[in-house]
Design a binder for this molecule. Structure first.
Ligand SMILES: *[C@@H]1O[C@H](CO)[C@@H](O)[C@H](O)[C@H]1NC(C)=O
Length: 225
């Protein structure tokens, strides 16, 4: 374990995971683009979202997320913050829509200036939908067969394993557009059914068993230690 910590610590200076981490990831069945599948799953994670996986979750977590206030210099936070909604409306859905629409125009919802109101609403509910999908599928498998300790040591080191860099990629691309995947493909404005069919396809991109598994293993490692 000591040797492992030493090797992982050294890997932190490079962007690529060490050989030990690469082998651990391979053994755990992580995909080769785990940096992108995991960064996508957590880039807008909140304490409330995390509580799906760990009811005791707080802001004392080490999950890199895009800063909700992208006007600040620091574009990526080292933790997932709260997503507080009011209780003015009766349902949590309407209270979430209230929260989203209350930040339109001040770019305080972690998406930057380019998203329309309906795109912002689609993004928030897409992320909740993905977290729910992870919880219902791969999460249950990972609980039954948890990753080994080296995998978790390596996955938690998001600076060395490239996950933080991929979250930074997302934050940087919010300055110029509305990326849904990390593939750098252009996407139309969400103005009609035709555009929605493109958006729907993109939103479902990381719903594959491999992508869900990557995210579940990472979420296991950051909620169990
Ligand atoms: C993810 O990792 C791959 C392989 O190291 C790299 O080519 C790619 O640029 C990374 N993606 C991001 C968004 O950082």
């Amino acid at each position: 374990m000591l040797l492992l910590a030493f090797v992982v610590g050294f890997a932190a200076v490079s962007a690529e995971p060490s050989q030990i981490c690469r082998e651990a990831f391979y053994k755990s069945g992580l995909s080769t683009n785990y940096n992108e599948t995991i960064a996508h799953a957590v880039h807008s994670m909140s304490v409330e979202g995390l509580r799906l996986f760990d009811p005791m979750a707080s802001e004392q977590n080490k999950i890199p997320t895009v800063n909700q206030d992208l006007s600040q210099d620091q574009k990526v936070l080292n933790y997932a913050p709260h997503f507080h909604t009011s209780t003015d409306f009766a349902t949590s859905t309407m209270n979430m829509i209230d929260k989203i629409l209350s930040t339109v125009g001040n770019s305080k919802d972690g998406l930057g200036p380019h998203w329309s109101s309906v795109e912002r609403i689609a993004h928030v509910f897409h992320m909740w939908d993905l977290w729910q999908k992870i919880y219902e599928t791969s999460w249950q498998e990972v609980l039954a067969t948890p990753p080994e300790a080296p995998t978790c040591v390596c996955l938690r080191d998001t600076r060395a394993n490239g996950i933080k860099a991929a979250v930074e990629w997302v934050a940087n691309h919010y300055e110029t557009g509305t990326p849904i995947t990390l593939l750098n493909r252009p996407i139309p404005k969400l103005t009609d059914a035709q555009a929605w069919s493109v958006w729907k396809d993109r939103l479902l991109h990381y719903y594959t068993p491999a992508a869900l598994h990557d995210a579940a293993v990472y979420l296991y490692c950051v909620t169990h230690h």
